[in-house]
Design a protein around this ligand. Structure first.
Ligand code: GLA
Length: 682
């Protein structure tokens, strides 16, 4: 783990967090909110806007950079970095794309104030002081942000000064330096009421007369969405993000229901971006960026752009996605459905169009579908559908659907405009079967290319390609002269991975080339993954010893036969639940899913499950066993205090068995979960 002090902080606050977050989020308007928690009932999208700070700041979600997710308090966090980021904002076109704030996080100051009680920048990191950095950033027409805590000290164990009791003089100092943005953290708050602490700093910032965007960072502990719309411009809704799929997913799920509370000048903040930091795939980072945009979240780049790949820049610089985030209507998108890890979320845009995210939470491709009417568009003969990652426009008769790759997001913008006919029809691609391949054995697949447009797709030709050396044969026609609305071209294929192909994931690509009625060439592309697998051994085996198909984990990798150590592979401890030590099992961290190929040849899964004793307190998780698409066993929420519970599931006939650990509904902190003695019998 990169920032051990952050974990310390988490432990300190977790008592309150657990209490606050175990409760269901109340969704009434802030003015009407009851003092206690009420059951969730989605508020209508057109709920009256909450009062906001009438200072004209952050009318769209703030965009910029913050060093924390890449450097923490490491030596790389210094003046050269800040200047380098400002330079790259300009040179790489990110400034033109809307990124504006260059923000310093914790560790910029010396531990002690000077004789006059003033904050002192660390001379090793900022030899010219903060004013010089601000001047540099301003010379590029960018803005500078700074950080401190609404406590006696910041979150770092080195004990940098916090602003509690110094609000007015610290705010004055920030303003004198030319600071344009303050992130105000929650550590060492001495138990002083949060509303009081955060309101005092609001007033102190206002008293400076300088426009300063004010970012509350109390991790959602006090439900700031219910009271902070006229305190700050944005408020963190969750604990800290980390650079993993599980962490991003857990935060996404906590922030999505808070839709009614966001609006111009007051935003939900699900924490900064991890795009480019290396712990997720580019597909996962595109999902992260897409969903943050659908949620009208602040877009604060969290990777060191001086080392970023071209793919990272491509994601962060996608202006069509940024336009979703920055839409001036300022609505946070709402979830329309979320069954089976198939999420549909839609965001109303000022021009009447809807941004629609088809987000696949699962580790294998799934079809996700909705309609123009369901996302709130008026009835029309046809709609324009713009793919915001492929940058292509189509017409649709109303269906918005795609096979979405594992952990992927298809992000589109759909309008009921009159110009739809100039675009080719949308052709939806699908592939049945063939995602699991045993080397040397032919598998059958069926592809479909379906016209979802109002106009016919003409001269349609589909192709399927696999890795070099793989045999891909079409067993039925791959072309069609014309496909009218709703009609599909179905093609049967046989795919064979060469004998000896190593287990793992391999790319398959399905394409359809076609023409619109006016002769415009168009193409649909579906990137897919095939997993090369080996048949499960017969008899009873420990799952900790078997090869898995895929894993996702909240912190660090899944561990075999030890607990989860949060960081690199092999850093766990002996699995221990309720004082009992187990030599076999899986050590995971919520949110987690571990998939095994069982090839319809196995019968049962058994384990003793619980939170590992190594987390002194507050771990809360729930265990589930899935056989293909069906949940076949589950526990309730288990805590660190509880002994291991037996779980057993009938998985007869399943091709894939999935072991899932959820966060128990309260975020993933301390959620070290063990599948002790987990066994599969086949
Ligand atoms: C807390 C915050 C983080 C970061 C660190 C700095 O954990 O939530 O975003 O600012 O402190 O110490």
């Amino acid at each position: 783990m990169r920032h051990p002090h952050t974990r310390t902080t988490r432990r300190r606050v977790l008592g309150a967090l657990t209490a606050a977050l175990l409760c269901t989020v109340g969704l009434t308007a802030p003015a009407l909110a009851a003092p206690t928690d009420e059951p969730a009932s989605p508020a209508p999208a057109d709920e009256p806007a909450s009062p906001a700070l009438a200072d004209g700041l952050a009318l769209t979600p703030p965009m910029g950079f913050n060093n924390w997710n890449s450097t923490g308090c490491g030596a790389d966090f210094n003046e050269a970095m800040v200047k380098g980021i400002a330079d790259l904002f300009v040179a790489k076109g990110l400034k033109d794309a809307g990124y504006q704030y260059v923000n310093l996080d914790d560790c910029w100051a010396l531990p002690a104030r000077d004789a006059n009680g003033k904050l002192v920048p660390d001379p090793a990191r900022f030899p010219g002081g903060i004013k010089a950095v601000a001047d540099y950033v301003h010379s590029k027409s960018l803005k500078l942000g700074i950080y401190t805590s609404a406590g006696t000290k910041t979150c770092n164990d080195a004990g940098f000064p916090g602003a509690l009791g110094h609000e007015y003089s610290d705010a004055r100092q920030f303003a004198d330096w030319g600071v344009d943005y303050l992130k105000y953290d929650n550590c060492n708050n001495q138990g002083v009421d949060a509303k009081l602490r955060y309101t005092t700093m609001r007033d102190a910032l206002k008293a400076t007369g300088r426009p300063i965007v004010y970012s509350l960072c109390e991790w959602g502990e006090n439900k700031p969405w219910q009271w902070a719309s006229d305190v700050g411009h944005l408020w963190r809704t969750t604990g800290d993000i980390s650079d993993s799929w599980g962490s991003m997913l857990s935060i996404l799920k906590q922030n999505l229901p808070l839709t009614p509370y966001a609006g111009p000048g007051h935003w939900n903040d699900p924490d900064m971006l991890e795009v480019g930091n290396g712990g997720m795939t580019d597909t996962e980072y595109r999902s992260h960026f897409s969903m943050w945009s659908i949620m009208a979240a602040p877009l604060l780049i969290g990777s060191d752009l001086r080392k970023a790949s071209a793919a990272t820049f491509d994601i962060l610089d996608n202006k069509e996605v940024i336009a979703v985030d920055q839409d001036p209507l300022g609505k946070q998108g709402a979830v329309l459905s979320s069954e089976g890890g198939r999420w549909v979320a839609a965001k109303e845009m000022r021009d009447g169009s809807r941004a629609v995210a088809l987000f696949n939470e699962r580790g294998s491709a799934q079809r996700i579908a909705t309609t123009a009417r369901a996302v709130g568009l008026p009835a029309a003969q046809a709609y324009t559908l713009r793919d915001l990652w492929r940058h292509r426009s189509y017409n649709t008769a109303g269906t918005i659907a795609a096979t979405v790759p594992a952990h992927g997001t298809v992000l589109v913008r759909v309008s009921a405009d009159t110009r739809w006919a100039k675009n080719p029809p949308a052709v939806e691609l699908g592939l049945d079967g063939g995602s699991l391949v045993e080397a040397g054995k032919a598998v059958s697949l069926t592809s479909t290319a379906t016209d979802r447009g109002r106009t016919p797709a003409q001269r349609v030709a589909v192709s399927l390609t696999g890795p070099a050396g793989w045999k891909v044969e079409a067993n039925s026609p791959t072309t069609s002269g014309a496909l009218p609305t709703g009609r599909a071209l179905r093609t049967r294929w046989t795919v064979t991975a060469p004998k000896g192909t190593a287990t793992g994931s391999y790319d398959l690509t399905l394409r359809a080339a076609y023409r619109s009625p006016t002769g415009v060439r168009a193409e649909s592309v579906l990137p897919l993954a095939a997993s090369v697998v080996v048949a499960p051994p017969s008899g009873s085996s420990y799952l900790g010893d078997l090869p898995w198909l895929s894993t996702t984990n909240g912190w660090g990798p899944v561990e075999r036969n030890t607990s989860n150590g949060e960081s690199g592979a092999g850093d766990g401890h002996p699995i221990t639940v309720g004082g009992v030590v187990y030599t076999k099992g899986l050590g995971v961290h919520a949110e987690s899913a571990v998939e095994y190929y069982t090839g319809k040849a196995c019968e049962t899964v058994t384990a003793d499950v619980g939170v590992d004793d190594e987390k002194d307190a507050y771990g809360t998780v729930a265990f589930e066993i899935w056989a293909d698409g069906t949940k076949v066993a589950s526990t309730g929420v288990l805590t660190t205090a509880m002994p291991a519970q037996p779980i057993s599931a009938d998985v007869t006939g399943a091709e894939v068995v999935r072991l899932v650990v959820t966060d128990g509904g309260d975020g993933i902190n301390s959620d070290h979960a063990d599948w002790a003695d987990a066994k599969l019998s086949c």
